[in-house]
Design a protein around this ligand. Sequence first.
Ligand code: 5GP
Ligand code: ZN
Length: 149
Amino acid sequence: LTEVDCVFCAIVAGSSPASMLYGDEQVVAFLDIRPVNAGHLLVVPRVHAALLSELAPVIGGRLFQVGMALDQALRCSGVRCDDVNLYLADGAVAGQEVPHVHLHVVPRFRGDGFGLRLPAGYGRRPEREALEEIAGWIRRALGEVEDAR
Ligand code: 5GP
Ligand code: ZN
């Protein structure tokens, strides 16, 4: 399934250029055109899905497996890479700009200037009761999600 006007579907189809790193039946990996650091790459499912909720779980699993392999590859590739961030923005409010699922694999080195910005007031520890209440909501929702699968 190819979405018209989707830049990553065009790369998967081979109709748009990319510096390819890997491809199998389920996913491809290529360099990001605006890298945070040299070697910054994306792992992308071949099938079009905007959000993780639209992606088959096995393909999500493959996405992460390939991300793990490329994390290891980056470390011994010659690009500057002391450690690695795996990052996925699931939805626009979470920072997703391209609406086709993609896992960022970002080589990191001390002083590279990259990082997540934390909200004002971060660091406060809620009471256990408050944590448990929220854990209850999420456990219930997870049950429903698993049942629907
Ligand atoms: P997001 O903000 O959606 O998590 O990340 C989108 C990423 O895709 C950005 O890092 C951006 O540089 C990259 N990107 C956008 N368009 C293209 C493209 O046409 N080719 C490649 N290789 N990367 C792209
Ligand atoms: Zn797409």
